[in-house]
Design a protein around this ligand. Structure first.
Ligand code: 5RP
Length: 267
């Protein structure tokens, strides 16, 4: 087993081949937001469940707010440098090195590429360069495929999402994070040679909608989630996390997961 395989085993559960990754890296671009204003409290509450396989966070949060109860995996967000107050959210550059990731003993690094955006070229070249650095150290790379404002309407277009996923893999990502398309998601998965995990996007109307989205993605061949708002902005984040864990690692169907959610809400 080489270093990359060992690190990947701390992200993708070796028994199920899937992963429940909670993303808490939003503050780097969006500032404090509902659910992660007190990020230490959110991390403490959700980590204590033991249901999180891995976290996605920036070095700032890792260094100043993260104190896990157990020993979950960590993916270090290594791109950023753009905020909602600035001119262009897709203008991300590298914000952490593989050396830093090794120093922090994390299990992977993540970088965004915004396919179809004005910064498509810069962000894809950034992904390719980081993947070369990762390769030297057997560090896995999570490719976060973003769309940017101009392509927001293509979020559910399987052809466009398949393009982004494939492009990310071709630029060196070992795992792709992208959006669930509802239709033809199996085709998105089929066209991508590395595991795909889905982001959630803005909060769904109900927790049941979140469960349906995750179940649909798993049925289509996704290897799990790298999700944030839909979990920690839920009125019952711990109960929802337990139900999501059931979908991902226990193969529950939507009804079973909804039942588990209802049960957990009352405990
Ligand atoms: C924020 C991100 C998030 O990691 C990603 O979008 C997942 O979170 P959510 O499920 O809330 O969309 O890239 O910069």
């Amino acid at each position: 087993m080489n270093g990359k395989e060992r690190r990947l085993r701390r992200i993708l559960n070796p028994e199920t081949g899937r992963s429940l990754v909670l993303a808490v890296d939003h503050g780097m671009a969006l500032g404090p937001m509902t659910g992660i204003v007190d990020i230490k409290a959110t991390l403490r509450q959700l980590d204590a469940t033991g249901k999180v396989d891995c976290w996605l966070m920036t070095k700032g949060i890792y260094n100043h707010a993260y104190a896990p109860a157990g020993d979950p995996g960590v993916i270090l967000r290594a791109s950023g440098g753009a905020t909602i107050a600035g001119p262009e959210l897709t203008r991300e550059g590298q914000t952490a090195t593989v050396e830093e990731a090794l120093h922090l003993a994390v299990d992977a690094v993540a970088t965004s590429a915004f396919v179809g955006s004005p910064y498509e070229h810069e962000t894809l070249i950034g992904m390719a360069h980081l993947s070369s650095e990762c390769r030297k150290w057997d560090m896995p790379l999570l490719g976060v495929i973003g769309l940017g404002k101009t392509n927001e309407d293509k979020k559910k277009d399987p052809k466009f999402i398949a393009l982004g996923a494939r492009v990310g893999a071709e630029h060196g990502a070992d795992i792709i994070k992208t959006y669930y398309t509802e239709t033809d998601f199996d085709k998105v998965v089929a066209g991508c040679p590395v595991p795909i995990m889905i982001a959630g996007g803005p909060k769904c109307e109900t927790d049941l909608d979140t469960l349906k989205m995750i179940h649909g993605a798993l049925q289509g061949g996704a290897k799990g989630i790298v999700m944030g708002r839909n979990v920690w902005q839920s009125p019952y984040p711990v109960a929802l996390l337990t139900a999501v864990h059931g979908l991902i690692h226990k193969n529950l169907n939507v009804d079973e997961a909804a039942e588990l959610l209802a049960h957990e809400k009352n405990t």
